[in-house]
Design a protein. Structure first.
Length: 499
């Protein structure tokens, strides 16, 4: 009965006029961002953070969350019609979705993606409501030593699941940790790594870093590409599935939901890893005479369900533990801090309307998406053909205005440009920026809990191994690193990510 009372509070919060409106705005923007290749939810949420400063915290989070899971819907449209995924999580959808479009089944592929995403999103939101409260209650029993060890585990798992070289991922983690300690030490008042520059005394601004790495960095990358956007279907028809089609996709949708719900919780997981894992599962289990990669409908149903489930269950560690499982959740934590909310288990007890209002809004947002997306396919098709050279100047101007509005200083714009160029270089060096962003967010939190634990133990470092839960978390971290460094495992990991 308690969960019913909590959901009642959530829906009463989410059904306020302002929250309904911004939920709608969020999912429409998310779909638009997913449809337009080259601008993902991370960059968009980073750009829109300054816009939300005047919002109520729950309203801001509802809109930003809508952008995230709405982008998973939109990304499938370009993947199916143009073979140009609008979102990284829709890359795998393009394999069979575009093949279906080429043989005249674009409507069936789009309907499958929309229905799968809706079912998975609905179930994943229920799982958040079910499992987040007990996890938050357990987290309230954590001390500083346990939190430090949990954050170490989060960073280790993000290294293990990062694409590309382990050495690159480790280097990006350390770079993020170093960037996170720039500024004035809150305990001693001493300036660290500021090089005597007063504009660095408050540290590197999170929005500036995120906009540079993911906004400008992506723009520079996209300007190098010369994709042709040959839309397979100017007018999409046949958006209704037959009962036989629905029976064929139901099992892949449920399996994709399970895979995505689990992987979404893991650091470094989320929508991208979920969609690829689901495709691998469906490829093993499929009995469809049409081979995968040539238009198998399961190759659309499974991954599209998994990426939506993964995007929504990634809110569980963010809301309950204050630990981001992917870059988007890191930005959501930044948004909470900007609104003076300390992420972690206390959110459930101190801000119940925010916690349950956000969960309830996900059901509402998924309903908006299924109602809006299929009728608006014609509009999305026209937007796909918009030349990128007309869009990127507007994006850059919007980024600059957003950054300078934070502290009213031109230094932030220069810093954004610097991180944009750095993001471009990292992509050329095959260094994924996600571990760096996680290190930047988690680093100051790790330092704080490390100091608290040592103060409580009078400087005794053994506190991290004498407390059972802390020792277990550190042991799991060590085992994960050792296992992934084994030559056989390391080689298999590289082959898997390459595939």
């Amino acid at each position: 009965m308690e969960i019913l009372a909590n959901l009642s509070l959530g829906f009463s919060t989410a059904f306020s006029l302002a929250n309904l409106f911004y939920c709608f705005v969020g999912v429409v923007l998310g779909t638009l961002i997913g449809v337009l290749p080259g601008l993902g939810p991370v960059a968009t949420i980073a750009m829109l953070l300054p816009v939300t400063f005047s919002f109520q915290p729950v309203t801001a989070l509802i809109m930003l969350a809508g952008i995230f899971y709405g982008a998973q819907y939109g990304g499938s449209t370009t993947a199916i019609l143009v073979n140009l995924p609008g979102e990284a999580s829709s890359v795998i959808t393009a394999l069979d979705g575009h093949a279906m479009a080429k043989r005249g089944d674009a409507g069936k592929a789009l309907a499958t993606a929309a229905i799968g995403s809706f079912i998975a999103g609905t179930i994943a939101t229920f799982l958040i409501a079910l499992f987040a409260p007990p996890l938050a209650d357990m987290a309230l029993k954590f001390g500083p030593a346990e939190y430090f060890s949990l954050l170490v585990l989060g960073l280790v798992v993000s290294i293990v699941l990062a694409h590309g070289s382990l050495l690159h991922a480790l280097g990006m983690i350390f770079l993020g940790l170093l960037l996170g300690i720039i500024g004035t030490d809150v305990n001693s008042g001493a300036e660290r790594f500021t090089f005597g520059q007063p504009w660095l005394a408050d540290g590197v601004n999170f929005v500036v870093l995120a906009m540079g790495m993911y906004g400008l960095g992506e723009i520079i990358n996209n300007l190098e590409k010369k994709e042709t956007r040959d839309v397979m279907a100017k007018k999409v028809s046949g958006l209704r599935l037959s009962w036989a089609d629905f029976k064929q996709i139901l099992a892949p949708i449920m399996r994709g939901t399970v895979v995505g719900s689990f992987l979404g919780i893991l650091p470094g997981g989320g929508a991208v890893l979920s969609s690829f894992a689901s495709y691998a599962v469906e490829k093993k289990l499929s009995k469809n005479p049409i081979p995968f990669g040539e238009g198998a409908i399961e190759g659309v149903a499974g991954p599209e369900s998994a990426n939506n489930a993964g995007s929504q269950t990634s809110f569980i560690p963010m809301l309950t533990l204050g630990i981001p499982s992917n870059p988007t959740m890191a930005i959501m934590i930044g948004a909470m801090m900007i609104h003076s909310i300390q992420p972690g288990p206390a959110v459930l007890t101190e801000q119940p309307a925010l916690f349950w209002g956000l969960i309830a809004s996900m059901w509402i947002g998924n309903f908006f998406l299924i109602v809006l997306n299929l009728p608006m396919i014609g509009l999305w098709v026209r937007l796909i053909t918009a030349p990128y050279h007309l869009m990127f100047p507007v994006i850059i101007v919007f980024c600059a205005i957003g950054v300078i509005s934070i502290n009213n200083t031109e230094w932030d714009v220069f810093m954004m440009a610097f991180f944009g160029f750095a993001g471009y270089l990292f992509s050329k060096l095959e260094c994924e920026p996600a571990p760096m962003l996680l290190g930047f967010i988690l680093g100051p939190m790790m330092e704080e809990h490390l100091r608290r634990a040592l103060l409580m133990s009078s400087g005794d470092f053994s506190v991290f191994v004498t407390r059972p839960l802390s020792a277990t978390l550190l042991a799991v971290s060590l085992v994960a690193m050792v296992v992934v460094l084994l030559p056989a495992i390391s080689k298999k990991r590289e082959e898997t990510f390459k595939e």
